[in-house]
Every structure is written in structure tokens, then in C-alpha cells.
Design a protein around this ligand. Structure first.
Ligand SMILES: NC(=O)c1ccc[n+]([C@@H]2O[C@H](COP(=O)([O-])OP(=O)(O)OC[C@H]3O[C@@H](n4cnc5c(N)ncnc54)[C@H](O)[C@@H]3O)[C@@H](O)[C@H]2O)c1
Length: 376
């Protein structure tokens, strides 16, 4: 297997450029493929305990065959590992084993280990090389590209972090086959976001072929991952540090979504991507209420989401809690409510200082399921 056989997307930011390679069933060759992107034979793989059972033996064997010195550092799966404490432990272990400015940290897993490993790579010795091998649909289409790293704090998710671009990203869509179906659907919501907020052609393709992505057809998955990475790469190239407002379009659905995720977290469980799906539909209703887009747009979006099996409403959540969470969201500036809204499908726009009563109306009228227990 050669690098030329893989689909390649280039990410170009001010200080560097790097490739994202996309293909299927090629992790057994990763040892040879990674060679041009590392400066020493010492690799630290940060992964989680589930991914480590599924893919670490294959990756490690391939790397060792290519004469890499591999140190695997698994952490417990899930968000609870994305902490400063866990990052500290990992870095202490890496320093004890011995690393220098030419060593590389490799993340193998979903967005959690990607963000955690990227954070460690960005601060260890004031920054060492980093390579991503994302294995969830969300990580392959979103978190592995763009250089944002983060850990969570008690005050909220992703509030401590850095920008640290990887040297390369290796995406093998075959790994999606072992993913829990709920995780596939949740990741798909982030894929749809690119179409809705940024690219009508991709939305139209998803309307035609989204079912195949959800069924994990490899050709469809490679195309969906490629387009998602291309759209994200183009945005990041223009606005790496989220200063012009363009990068914030990638947060379409996230103001509602983060609030739903956080408030649900206290009472049930909803995956990040599922909350983003609901948030994306609610942002469309808000756009229509504010007469930014045509009145039929939200209904069209909602019906399409339902066809894909994505959630579009929440159960009994306290609307006052959702609103107060949104007001302290890190995207909120000086208590203003800012939302990415739609002028049309494929055309998102950042709107500042939205009236809380407009948001509240959407939550009451469109957000809550009709049969949900009334809970204000
Ligand atoms: N850095 C960014 O730009 C960015 C963007 C979006 C999201 N994120 C972050 O990403 C995280 C969510 O990522 P995620 O959804 O990938 O979650 P995750 O990393 O927790 O993975 C979800 C679950 O899937 C399992 N898993 C991973 N790959 C698997 C595979 N191939 N087969 C079977 N199981 C597998 C994991 O063990 C985990 O239990 C959040 O912390 C979020 O903040 C970051």
C-alpha cells in the first residue's frame, strides 16, 4: 500500500500544511505510511481501552515491523478521560519513558483521545509532533482536522485547550464497522452540519446518499469523509483561530446543542452528535422565525433528519436551564446570545445579540416533544 493510493485532502494554515489521508482497511500498512511524517523512531500512542482492544495490536505490529519504538498509553474510554489530571498523568509517563523534541504522539481513537493527545502534544516540551488516527465518524469528519485540542473542566467542556495542528491525519473508514450504531448516527449529524451551514451540493448529495453512509458503505463513507474534511480544511485555512466568524459557522447547531447536551447530561444520556442534530433543526426554526430563511426550510430539514433517523426534538428538559446554559456558553460574548443561523440550506451566517425570548419561543414550540412530560 502506498500513500498515493489513498484519497488526500490538504489542510493549509499559516504556519504549516498537512495531509489527511482517507481510505479503507489500510491500518496494517500504517508503519510504512507514517514514516515521512515523523522525525524519530519513538512513538507514543494515546488511545482508549476499547479502541486499544480493537485496533492497537494491528497498528502496533505494523509500526514495530517498520522498526518504530512504540509506547502505548491507553486511558479509560469516554469524556471522563478528557481532563487536565489525565493529561498530566500521560505527560508524566511520557517524560519518564523519555521523549525529546523529535518524538511524536499518535492518537488512536475518537475525538476524546484526539483532543487529549493533541493537548499533551501541544504543551509537552512546549510542543512536539502529533499524528491523528481517528476511528469514529465524528473524529474522522470533524475533530481530527483543524488543530483544536482541549480538556474539560468542572466549569464546562473544552474550556482549556490549544491550537496545535497535526503533522498528518490517517483515516481508515473500515474502523467505523465496529462502532456502536448510535455513535454512527451521532457522527453523521456533524457531517450533515457541513452541508447545512456551508455547502448545498454536499447537502444534496447527503439527501441522495446519506443512507449509504449510515449503512457504512465504504465508498460512500470515503466520499462523505473527504467532503467533510475538504469543507473544514477550507474554513480553517481562512480562519484558523476563529477570528473572522467563518470558523464559527462550523458550530452550526451547537449553541442549542451544547445546552441540550449539558442539561440532558444531568438527567439522561444523549450523545454530543444527537444534541447537535436537535440543535441544527432548532436553529433552522429560529432562522425562519427571524425571517432569515424561507418559512418552508426548517420543515424540509426536519423531515430529512427524521428520514435519516436523527433526533429533532428533546424530551422533558427545563427550558429555563437550557437558556441559562446558553447565556454562559463560551461562544457567548458579554451575555449576548449569538447563533449560527441559516439564510438558506448551505448558507449559514453568524448572528449576534439574539433576543432570548425568540430562542425561548423556539424551545417551547419546536424543541420539546409534544408528549414530553411538562417540565419547566
Ligand atoms: N477538536 C475538535 O475540533 C473537536 C470537534 C468536535 C468534537 N470534538 C470532541 O470530540 C469528542 C467526541 O468524540 P467522539 O464522538 O469520537 O467520542 P469518543 O472519542 O468518546 O468515542 C466514542 C466511543 O466510541 C468508541 N470507539 C472509538 N472508535 C471506535 C471504533 N472504531 N469501534 C468501536 N468503538 C469505537 C470509544 O471507545 C468511545 O467509547 C468530544 O470530547 C468533543 O468535544 C472535538
Amino acid at each position: 500500500m502506498k500513500l498515493e493510493e489513498l484519497v488526500k485532502v490538504d489542510v493549509e494554515v499559516k504556519e504549516c500544511q498537512y495531509p489527511v489521508f482517507i481510505g479503507s482497511d489500510y491500518l496494517t500498512y500504517i508503519g510504512d505510511l507514517i514514516e515521512p511524517f515523523v522525525r524519530s523512531k519513538k512513538l507514543f500512542i494515546i488511545t482508549d481501552d476499547l479502541v486499544s482492544m480493537l485496533y492497537l495490536p494491528m497498528v502496533k505490529e505494523s509500526l514495530e515491523k517498520a522498526e518504530f519504538e512504540v509506547y502505548a498509553l491507553p486511558v479509560p474510554q469516554g469524556e471522563r478521560s478528557k481532563t487536565l489530571e489525565q493529561a498530566g498523568k500521560l505527560m508524566e509517563r511520557i517524560l519518564k519513558i523519555g521523549c525529546d523534541r523529535h518524538s511524536t504522539i499518535v492518537s488512536l481513537g475518537g475525538g476524546v483521545v484526539g483532543d487529549l493527545a493533541g493537548f499533551c502534544a501541544s504543551v509537552l516540551l512546549r510542543g512536539i509532533d502529533f499524528i491523528q488516527i481517528p476511528t469514529t465518524l465524528l473524529a474522522q469528519t470533524d475533530s481530527s482536522v483543524g488543530g483544536k485540542t482541549a480538556v474539560n473542566t468542572e466549569a464546562g467542556k473544552n474550556l482549556i485547550g490549544t491550537f496545535h495542528q497535526p503533522k498528518a491525519v490517517f483515516i481508515d473508514v473500515h474502523t467505523l464497522k465496529t462502532l456502536d450504531p448510535q455513535q454512527v448516527t451521532a457522527g453523521f449529524a456533524e457531517v450533515v452540519k457541513y452541508g447545512l451551514a456551508l455547502n448545498i451540493d454536499f447537502w444534496n448529495w447527503l439527501v441522495d446518499s446519506g443512507e449509504q453512509v449510515l449503512a457504512l458503505d465504504e465508498t460512500a463513507c470515503i466520499y462523505a469523509v473527504e467532503q467533510s474534511c475538504r469543507i473544514k480544511a477550507a474554513v480553517v485555512a481562512e480562519d484558523e483561530f476563529e477570528q473572522t466568524g467563518l470558523r464559527s459557522l462550523l458550530n452550526y447547531g451547537h449553541t442549542f446543542g451544547h445546552a441540550i447536551e449539558a442539561v440532558s447530561g444531568m438527567r439522561g444520556n444523549i450523545l454530543h452528535g444527537e444534541a447537535i442534530a436537535i440543535g441544527s433543526v432548532l436553529a433552522a426554526w429560529l432562522s425562519a422565525d427571524m425571517q432569515l430563511c424561507a418559512a418552508d426550510v426548517p420543515k424540509k430539514i426536519k423531515e430529512q433528519y427524521e428520514k435519516w433517523g436523527l433526533p429533532t426534538q428533546f424530551d422533558a428538559l427545563k427550558i429555563s436551564e437550557l437558556l441559562s446554559y446558553m447565556k454562559k456558553d463560551k461562544k457567548t460574548m458579554g451575555m449576548q446570545l449569538n447563533f449560527v443561523l441559516l439564510e438558506d440550506i448551505g448558507s449559514g451566517v453568524l448572528v449576534h445579540n439574539i433576543n432570548p425570548s425568540d430562542v425561548e419561543k423556539v424551545l417551547y414550540e419546536k424543541g420539546r416533544k409534544r408528549n414530553a412530560v411538562s417540565y419547566y
